[in-house]
Design a binder for this molecule. Structure first.
Ligand code: FAD
Length: 288
């Protein structure tokens, strides 16, 4: 029926960086915007559930089978750069986009070096690091809204700390246009080298999905978790990282249940001791 790849009964281990072993009934990989529109129309008309997934580096998937369509935009990965203006499709890996932008000696994304995931995921969650975010140089974003292409200027968007209004509108992000600043290789390479050093402190030897909680105003989630004595605490194979207490790592066959139990323990302990309600940065998906 469709002219692009649709896989059946597909494991999602590779589609979530925690490596939670779960499955989807269907995994669809549209090749272009028209394919995607046709797919969404079909799913809506037939009342079939769907979920857009990037690299799954900011989500907590359930243990259960998803009886619907996971849509991966990995084939929508084109990028075009002319002068300081770059246009990139949402399925491109952020790392690949950063590489392209650096190759053109442009400044604007270098501080995000090392953040896994796709451009779509970064735009959805307003990814950022070291006082810079993906939106610093965004001009506009193309989305599928109510299955129509809509071009949004940056001012049309609500962009908060790790939050954007795409969620409220059920938008599928298709493409973004950036206008970067001219720079030179030595300066950019120096920034990348510094960031590489900083990121060595993260527990990258285990599967994880980055920071679990947002930093509360004026404090750090990692500091709070460490100070209530939970560094190294384990539930099943889910463990609070010894390296960075705001990371939970999968030490083997962590289930979604282990992970969520550990999250609740952390929240309760921090709240009991500090009266601070930690807010999740990661997105718990419940498709039952
Ligand atoms: C080691 C490590 C380090 C990290 N460091 C950072 C960091 O420094 N800063 C930071 O901000 N994050 C960080 N993260 C978290 C994560 O990498 C980012 O949030 C990333 O931008 C998520 O992208 P993704 O493609 O994996 O999104 P996913 O996890 O696949 O999806 C996240 C959400 O975005 C939605 N989404 C994805 N693509 C689209 C689309 N095209 N249209 C609409 N919705 C979409 C999904 O439905 C989901 O709700 C880190 C993660 C890891 C594992």
């Amino acid at each position: 029926m469709f002219n692009f790849e649709i896989l059946e009964d597909y494991p999602l281990d590779k589609y979530n960086t925690y490596g939670i072993k779960t499955k989807t009934k269907y995994l669809a990989k549209p090749e272009n915007f028209t394919d995607l529109k046709m797919l969404i129309q079909y799913l809506k008309e037939n009342n079939i559930k769907y979920y857009i997934l990037g690299s799954g580096s900011n989500v907590i998937l359930p243990d259960t089978l998803f009886m619907g369509y996971i849509i991966s935009l990995e084939r929508l990965n084109k990028v075009h750069i002319e002068g300081c203006v770059a246009k990139a499709e949402a399925g491109i890996l952020l790392g690949s986009l950063i590489k392209e932008v650096l190759n053109h000696n442009l400044s604007g994304l270098e501080y995000l070096y090392g953040i896994p995931g796709t451009l779509g995921g970064a735009l959805y969650g307003n990814a950022g690091a070291y006082m810079h975010t993906i939106y610093d140089y965004v001009k506009e974003v193309l989305v599928l809204r109510n299955n129509e292409l809509v071009r949004l200027k940056k001012d049309d968007l609500k962009i908060l700390y790790r939050y954007t209004s795409f969620k409220e509108n059920n938008d599928i992000i298709l493409e973004a246009t950036f206008e970067f600043l001219p720079s030179n290789k030595e300066i950019l390479e120096k920034v990348i080298a510094d960031i590489r050093e900083k990121r060595k402190k993260l527990p990258l030897e285990y599967k994880n999905a980055g920071s679990v909680f947002k930093n509360p105003e004026g404090d750090y989630a990692g500091r709070l978790i460490e100070s209530v004595g939970l560094k190294g605490y384990k539930v099943g194979d889910a463990k609070v990282s010894e390296k960075h207490a705001n990371f939970i790592v999968n030490t083997g066959n962590m289930t979604s249940k282990d992970l969520k139990t550990l999250i609740n323990i952390i929240k309760k302990k921090v709240n009991d001791e500090y009266k601070i309600e930690l807010e999740l940065e990661q997105i718990i998906i419940d498709w039952d």
